[in-house]
Design a protein around this ligand. Sequence first.
Ligand code: ADP
Length: 415
Amino acid sequence: MNILALNCGSSSLKYQLIDRTTSTPLASGLVERIGLDGTSLKHRVGDAPATRRALAKGDHAAAIAQVLDLLATDLPDRPVAAVGHRVVHGGRRFARSVVIDAEVLAAIEELIPLAPLHNPPNLAGIVAAQALMPGVPQIAVFDTAFHQTMPHEAYTYAVPQRWVEDLDVRSYGFHGTSHLYVSRRAASLLQRPVTALRLITCHVGNGVSVSAVRHGHSIDNSMGLTPLEGAIMGTRAGDLDAGLIPYVQSRTQEPYERIFAALNKESGMLALSGESDLRDVEEGHMRGDARCTEALKAYAYRLKKYIGAYAAALGGVDAVVFTAGVGENSALVRELVLADMEYLGLHLDPDLNRATWNGVERAVSPPDSPVRVLVIPTNEELVIVEDTVALLEGRSPTDPAFRYSFESAGQAAIR
Ligand code: ADP
């Protein structure tokens, strides 16, 4: 059975066609600049080198249609049996993945005010895929679902109850699919049941979120009502005093929409260093650019605070996991974040941390470190595919007896 995992962003579309029996990607790719001039498609079949091509300017439906054409041409004997969609905001309503019907579609649409940048393209992708593949089951996998286990004290904001009751104001947490994946993999690598572990998982990519995962359940996440809260990100500010918004508004007369856009798109590392891509910030730091050095220190400091806070929330920690573009690749960020945390039992082995990264899961703490530090490449698509298959077979991935294939699969235990 071949499952297509789709992730529609505002101007991008990521896809993977995965054979569920082997969990291997048959094809994968990325469409960029959807709706803009210069739309391009990077497409890869199996292990073959990726090819790039230009696409005519069009909407998400046009991009998905082109991808389906390509898949049908390149893999004619691999029909798509079902589609799993990444949906960013599931609100209070979705604590697990679901088969999409008219009611689910309406609920995702109703949640747009909570995720105005994310749910509309997710929805466009679902509507397009339904139209292009009539009769093919479509499943929604929510970024927020894994965090619905957060307790009230973690998700509540101390704000007027009418906002909570009428507007669903609370913290939701994001990147849940990634936090779920790496926490289960960590347990597998440590050869301990996830139900016995206290984990801090750091998803450090363009978007950044940290989670406290106790006994397999998320008990806190650094992102909040929207993905703007928490750590410093590529272009998002992360935590700040809400008083900043009326202050800037009163001094500049800018409308709040403009200020909100600036906090999402012109802040974070871009504001601090002039660069949003961590590779460029690191290069600047190596060249001696003081702005980049200071930006990296602020970035690491914020992450360090979350790790400290979550160690307290968890009552101790067994392992800290780094994942996503920066978390997997940046030895420098890991080093800055974990510096001087030995008092918590957190040690980094400088050689293991700096060793050339070959994409394989590994420990970067010394073997005798009381708290393990793991680097685990995330694989949200695999969760999407396995949730899709489970739902089609009438099983629930949130059933305590349910096991993902990646919970047992794997290399030998990590030292
Ligand atoms: P997204 O959140 O968009 O899925 P990714 O997880 O792919 O993003 O992470 C993108 C980030 O990872 C970028 O800031 C990029 O600079 C950073 N990154 C990728 N490779 C490296 C590397 N070798 N060193 C430092 N940062 C890296």
